[in-house]
Design a protein around this ligand. Sequence first.
Ligand code: F6P
Length: 351
Amino acid sequence: MRIGVLTGGGDCPGLNAVIRAVTKSLIRQCGAEVVGIEDGFSGLMDANPRTRVLDWRSVSGIAHRGGTILGTSNKANPLRSPADTERTLANARALALDGLVVIGGDGTMSIAHGLADLGLRSVGVPKTIDNDIVGCERSFGFDTAVATATDGLMRIETTAMSHSRVMIVETMGRHAGWIALEAGLAAAADIVLLPEIDHTVEAVARVCREREAQQRYTVICIGEGAKARGADLTVQHRVEGSFDPVRLGGVAHVLREQLQSLLKSEVRATVLGHVQRGGQPTPFDRVLATRYGHHAAQLVAAGRFGEMVTLQGGDLRSVPMARVANQQRTIALDDPLLVTAREIGVSLGEH
Ligand code: F6P
């Protein structure tokens, strides 16, 4: 058996641990040959495909490393034109691939699903720091992102305290507020603003004013997809050719301007950005990614292509790829963690 492995879409801490586990499991369990495809689907679409053999030694010592040794692309799409599709399928035949393991997000899964209809089968491994995959209670990379965001918030808190300032810290997560909520709770932020709950600037200002009179400083954690009631999403820029071209970011600066005119204290904003995606995965993420990779290899061994690995009730399971493509798991308004935040007095900027 000869299996191709690729990482597609934005990167995420833990990708190398998945590559290692899937490769070692395939070699050991199935005696398979594993072919690494470089830069996501881009490496398989080129006239001269870019691949490398993944053997035992080439994936040793990488579980702790951030990024992806294979490289990735958030633009390459073999389904974009009939010529691209035909070249990709011809390359897969020339490489004698029996199937692929694709490690990626929404876009990667829907491409893999489309290629399966044309004869190139895949097993999927979901990746995102956003933790927003439907049917999957925890994606690898999220724990690392939360740890980094928490560290950022806590560093901001000490300087907020020294200067009696209102400090706004923006986290990633697109339309899901999981990183903002968990990091906000972990760092004991005073106000947490989420994409799932529109805030009002007046409600946020009121909490800041109350704190001005007592504690003298305020830390606000805001998810990049959050917005004030009636306002538009803050779009940072567009990446044309990407599966979802809209890039969010910068809402912290918008809020800073709005708040400054309502408060005596100085207001400052920090956008944490890609620092949340980089660096070494936490031990938790290394273990979770290893479990995902091992389970993906088991699906390949059982011939269960068309499925994507998920975590449900703490156990590794799988769901049809088609069921998760193009959907997001956002925070439900009755989510226990959200209820906890509210009930311990964290302001969500609602009223
Ligand atoms: O989906 C993961 C993510 O990091 C989001 O949280 C963020 O909005 C987006 O990717 C950033 O994408 P890019 O790396 O293309 O700027």
